[in-house]
Design a protein. Structure first.
Length: 343
């Protein structure tokens, strides 16, 4: 039984006193299921994927290239979504007002395409603070002490756990996330990990090509440096790469994260092929530029002599992708006569 006493959550008998604002009793801490994604085919590359890029994802030049490659398809950005119906508004405008409205729409689309944060996985918590054998067995559940001060952020607030054996330790991230959600609920977030982000449900959604939906749910549910956030994103990216479904995320806010994932693991053959087949030559040029920016010490980056469209063909040849080099040459030659005729 859980009762409320002077603004504090407590169990039937409270045997410990701690200078915090709130106490909550938990019968157990649920374990997060992890999805093991294996056996995915990956593009071959001469370089080791363990090499760290010279630039971070937040670098201005990196962001500029990722934004350009993401694209701006307004029909896709403002596609029909499951939202409450509202009365449409019709306006009679002149040409100047129309252009202004169109510019505002483009700016709104750019805001919606801002990519979510890409962070390293946070280090696990749970360090032992103090052991007290005298308190062992006084409770049949763990007792969680949470500082609910409004001045503290969820990342910095103190949360500790008194275990049944008397040990006092820092709360794990799973416990912290649950307690913060109890006292400071985030809109749309659940106390436990949704089924769609784990196990067979996740596999089914990926099979149905609902990758964007999965990523959006993960962004709402998880902190960007959490184990589950990173696991779900990597599972989605691996599935897209293994099936060549890159266009599913193009012109969405998740395409930049996909490109960065492929770049840092150097799984680039599939995305290069997709860009060439869709005649996205400028995107392929930007991808090569991003590679040079991230790996300036590599043999290709140092020895590359061609610029513009020709660098894509050189990039494919250097990696031993003869089929893509031939495709790049054909695409470039097919565009050059058109350009010359236009001039």
């Amino acid at each position: 039984m859980i009762c409320t006493l002077s603004g504090l959550w407590c169990s039937d008998v409270l045997h410990a006193v701690f200078n915090v604002c709130a106490i909550f009793s938990l019968s157990s801490v649920s374990t997060i299921h992890r999805l093991a994604v294996g056996g995915l085919s990956r593009a071959s590359c001469r370089y080791k994927s363990t090499q760290q890029p010279a630039k971070s994802v937040t670098d201005e030049q990196v962001q500029k290239l990722l934004t350009r490659m993401t694209g701006l398809d307004l029909d896709k950005v403002f596609k029909t979504r499951r939202e409450p119906l509202s009365q449409p508004v019709y306006k009679l405008v002149d040409e100047h007002q129309l252009k202004k409205a169109q510019m505002e729409t483009v700016e709104r689309a750019r805001e919606l395409l801002q990519m979510p944060p890409v962070l390293p996985q946070r280090k696990e918590k749970g360090e032992l603070i103090q052991g007290d054998a005298k308190l062992a067995g006084l409770e049949d559940t763990n007792v969680v002490f949470t500082d609910i001060s409004q001045t503290e952020s969820n990342s910095s607030r103190r949360i500790v756990v008194r275990e049944k054996n008397g040990n006092l330790r820092e709360a794990t991230w799973n416990e912290r996330d649950r307690m913060c959600q109890i006292y400071f609920p985030a809109l749309g977030r659940q106390l436990t990990l949704p089924a769609m982000l784990q196990g067979s449900d996740l596999a089914r959604l990926l099979k149905e090509q609902r990758h964007e939906e999965v990523l959006e749910r993960a962004n709402i549910q998880c902190e960007p440096d959490s184990v589950d956030y990173i696991r779900v994103h990597h599972a989605v990216y691996d599935d897209i790469a293994s099936r060549g479904l890159y266009d599913l995320l193009r012109s969405t806010r998740h395409f930049g994260g996909l490109l960065w994932y492929l770049m840092t693991r150097q799984l680039l053959k599939g995305i290069v092929e997709d860009m060439l087949e869709r005649n996205l030559i400028e995107d392929a040029i930007d991808l090569v530029g991003l590679f040079k920016l991230c790996y300036p010490d590599y043999e290709f980056s140092k020895g590359s002599t061609k610029a513009g469209k020709k660098c894509v063909q050189e990039f494919c040849e250097h990696h031993g992708w003869s089929d893509l080099a031939t495709l790049a040459s054909a695409k470039i030659n097919a565009r050059e006569p058109c350009s010359a005729q236009a001039q």
